[in-house]
Every structure is written in C-alpha cells, then in structure tokens.
Design a protein around this ligand. Structure first.
Ligand code: FE
Ligand code: CA
Length: 525
C-alpha cells in the first residue's frame, strides 16, 4: 500500500493523537489548507540518530526556499510519512501523519520506532499531490549484540561560498554507512560575498543570500539555501546523520553565553536561541534535542550493540569563555591558570560516568581539536596554541584525560572537526608532554568545502608535524573520513577530493590508519 492511496477515512483513523494536539483532524487541516505555490519538498529529506528500533526522519516544507517563510502559508499542514523495507515501498512497515507547524518552520521530525535492528529502511513524505525524494537509513544493532563491522562516516565544515559540496556526492555513492557523524559548521553565518581569504587570496565560488544572519528568519533562510544543495541532499538521502553543532551555526568562536565581539550577554543569548531553534528545525534529531528559549541539550549517547558507544559532545554551549589572546579583547578569561570548562560540570560528569561501559570502543564525537597542536614558527621559544580548541581549556582537558585514564581500557577514539585539515594523532596522558603515553587516538577531519581547494599541506604550516611529535599525519585538502569498526580493530580512511572550487572533483583515499584495542595510537597502513 502506498500512502498516495490512503483514504481520507484511514488518514483520520491513523492520526487521532494529532487531532487532540491541534483541535483539527489532519484531513480537515489538509482540506482547509491553502494551496502551495510549488513542490514543498525542495529541501530534501534526512534521517538521524539511529536506535536499534528506529531513527528520526525529517523534512521541512519550503515551496520557495529563499522567500519569506520559504513560501509557506502560516498555518499547520499534515504531512504523511511512510517507512518501508524496500526502496519501491512494496512493503510499507510504518506510516503516519505529522503536523508541520509554522512555530517550527514547518519542519517534520518523526521518531520512528518499532523497526528491526541493523537493517536498511527507506522513507518518504507526501503532502497533497506532492511526494518527497526517498531517503535510506539503517537501524542500529540490537542492544547486547556484537555486530561484525560498522562503517561510520565523519564530515562537516561546509562553507557554501568557498566551495562545492562534491565530497558529499562521493560520500553518497561510497557504499553503505551505518551513520554519519557531523561535527558542525553545517552553515556559516557570514554575509553574502565575503567568501574566505587565504594567503591574501579571496575564494568565492558561490554567494550566500543576505547579510550576516541574526534572527530566526535569517537562520532559517541560510539553512534553506544550504539544504538546496543537491550533493548535500544526496548525502542525507543515503545515510542517517548524527548531527552536532560548532560555532558557525551561531557565530564565529562563540562560547557559552558570550560572542567574540563583546555584545551584551542578554542580547547575544537571544541570537543564540534563534540560531539553535533553526538548528533543531533543520536537523534530524530527537525531541530530547528540541530547542528551548535558553538553548538546548545537544550531548547524548548512541549505542551500537556491544561494539561501540558514541558520546556526542557539546563543546560550545556549556563552555567557559576563551583566554584573552588579543589586547582589548572583550569577554575573555584573564586568569590563564584559573578554572576553565569545555563541557560544563553536568556534561563532564555525564561523560566520565558513561565511559565506564562494556563496549569494545568509545567514540568521543566532538568538535574542536583535543590533542595539543603547537603552531609556533620554527625556532620560536613559546608555544602558540588555539584559544578556541581544548588547548585553550587546559584544566578541562586535564580532567578529561583523568577520566579517560581512569576508564583504563585504551579504547577511546576522538573525532574532531573545526580546523579544515586532516590530522591524525593521539592525546598524550599528560597533555602538555607529547612524550607521555598515548591515552586516546584522535582523528581530526578536514572540511567538505571550507577553505576551498586546499593543498597537501597548508602553506606556512609545513612545520606543524615536527612541532607535534604525537601527530603523525596532516593534509589540507577537502574531504571526509570513514571509520570501519570491528572488535579487533578500528580503521580510519582519510578521503580527499582534488578540487571544490570547480565541479567534478575526483575522490581518493590519501591515507589509512589502524588502531588496535588497548593501544590508543593510530598506526599508518
Ligand atoms: Fe569550519
Ligand atoms: Ca568551527
């Protein structure tokens, strides 16, 4: 049975719960809804946060993506959804109706449950005569089971103006993934035409619409522009995402209640609330991640049987402010040796507790570089460290290192984004001492498009590897990573495309690394 053939009576019968919420039955809503000017499914579909019995399926109604309200009349619309065991929807196993509300940007988040573990499903949406494209997602393995192998992609940092999303097209064609961890910078907040300037050269491949984004309508429109990209839509349709956010979903280098420009806190937290509401509306995440006026709860865990526990961390919204690194910098920590926090006390406690588990592997799915990364020039006497990464939060990192050390199994892998380069290395057990024993492997993933074409190594940074003996690999092209995880070994493939500033970039694997359980130090294959 396909949903286009569902009768008005079935629709009413299947959606009784929603009638209570709206005061209107879906069929009546549909009958009374204004006609849409165009296909409402221009932003594609997505699935996310797989559990053994289901995942979230997502879409957002946007007949005219860049117009006011994305071309939607300001009323609620009943959207039909269906999940099938086959891509032709011959065996539909679940279906229902979800009310897409103007309060939430006409987004649709359905937490599908009751599915079988560790298998692919296909999903799509319908509204009146229009149907969405079909997406595919896998459920997680059953609790307590030990799957033979998982394949998890890692991607993020997709600045629209500085490159095409070619790497996502390759990812969509790159076989069967269990999930994709997105480390953030899904959108960038900058104004049209700014692009990125590297080594004195401006890169501007295509333009944002509008000025720097501040209010909810601005953020919604920016997501609509990014989500119109066909390569990004292909990636979403191919694999369930595990979304997170970093700074550019809100504003460059924001930290907790502070932006980097010294805007008063009561004003900045309103901007942050608008940004995080738009993030929720546009990501396939669960109700536990729903936006609230004071922000949202992004950190969460996903289990893949006894093989892998994924701890999705929020290194942005609970952190204390950055060090003061520039004269006159507003809103910064002046006490360099003083207390700092990257996760906030509650999340830090949650992580330390959750590391103690029977899984073969623990993945810290997070955003900013955790291992030390000394950027000093050759012959310089003092270390040059990022204030925005864990290097800027030494007390918090020492506490994290203690928690990993106390867990003591040597099975922690850290996934990172933010710096637009691939780096492979490890967190030393005494983070300030690169010669101390390895505590956790870290795979820093490059960007989908941010910084444009790139090069094997970034000019002026060729000495970073010799500065940092615990880092064994660096590449500054665009791409993504693939984790292949089994009980015996963890393998990471570093993928790159040869260009993103023009179409047709070719994909290659630039390096492969392996980690064995109990030996948290990546070995090149
Ligand atoms: Fe970025
Ligand atoms: Ca970032």
């Amino acid at each position: 049975m396909t949903l286009s053939r569902i009768s008005r009576r079935q629709l009413l019968a299947g959606a009784g719960g929603f009638a209570l919420l709206t005061g209107l039955a879906p069929a009546r809503l549909l009958a009374s809804a204004p006609q849409l000017q165009g296909n409402p499914f221009t932003l594609g579909v997505a699935a996310g946060d797989p559990h053994p019995d289901g995942f979230v399926i997502w879409t957002r109604l946007a007949p005219q993506p860049l117009a006011e309200h994305s071309g939607m009349p300001m009323t609620a619309f009943p959207v039909q959804w269906e999940v099938a065991e086959d891509e032709h929807f011959a065996r539909v196993v679940q279906h229902g109706v979800h009310i897409a509300r103007p309060e939430l940007g006409h987004s649709v988040h359905v937490e599908v449950a009751g599915l079988a573990p560790q298998r692919p499903y296909w999903y799509r949406f319908h509204l009146a005569d229009a149907s969405s494209q079909t997406g595919r997602a896998r459920t997680a393995p059953a609790a307590g089971s030990l799957p033979g192998q998982l394949r998890i992609a890692v991607a993020g940092c997709q600045h629209y103006e500085s490159g095409l999303f070619t790497a996502y097209r390759h990812l969509a064609n790159d076989g069967d993934f269990d999930a994709l961890f997105h480390y953030g910078d899904y959108i960038y907040e900058g104004p049209a035409g700014k692009g990125v300037t590297l080594d004195g050269q401006r890169i501007l491949v295509r333009e944002h619409v509008g000025d720097e984004i501040y209010d909810l309508a601005d953020y919604r429109r920016r997501y609509a522009q990014y989500k119109g990209d066909a390569d990004l839509q292909a990636a979403h349709a191919a694999v369930a995402f595990i979304p997170s956010f970093d700074d550019h979903e809100v504003d460059n280098n924001w930290a907790g209640d502070y932006d980097q420009d010294g805007v008063p806190v009561p004003a900045f937290v309103l901007r942050r609330a608008a940004a995080l509401q738009a993030w929720y509306e546009n990501m396939p995440v669960r109700r536990a991640q729903m936006a609230r006026p004071d922000g949202l709860t992004m950190h969460r865990r996903l289990d893949y049987g006894r093989l892998l526990r994924v701890h999705v961390l929020d290194t942005r919204s609970q952190r204390s402010n950055q060090f003061c690194s520039k004269p006159g910098q507003p809103h910064c920590r002046t006490d360099h040796g003083g207390p700092d926090s990257m996760l906030g006390a509650a999340q830090e406690h949650w992580l330390a507790q959750g590391l103690d588990n029977p899984a073969h592997w623990n993945l810290l799915a997070q955003q900013v570089v955790c291992m030390p990364l000394d950027r000093r020039r050759p012959q310089a006497s003092e270390a040059v460290l990022s204030d925005d990464g864990w290097d800027g939060y030494p007390q918090a990192r020492a506490r994290l290192a203690r928690a990993i050390g106390q867990q003591g199994k040597g099975n922690v892998v850290i996934a990172t984004g933010d710096v637009h380069q691939h780096y492979v290395g490890h967190l030393p057990s005494t983070p300030d001492d690169p010669a101390s024993p390895a505590l956790a492997s870290e795979f820093v993933c490059t960007s989908i498009s941010s910084n444009g074409d790139g090069s094997l190594l970034r000019r002026g940074q060729e000495h970073y590897l010799s500065n940092n003996p615990h880092i064994s690999f660096n590449n500054a092209q665009r791409g993504y990573q693939v984790f292949e995880v089994s009980a015996q070994r963890w393998t990471t493939e570093l993928k790159v495309v040869d260009r993103v500033q023009s179409a047709g970039g070719a994909l290659s694997t630039v390096a492969r690394f392996q980690v064995e359980p109990g030996r948290p130090q990546p070995q090149r294959l």
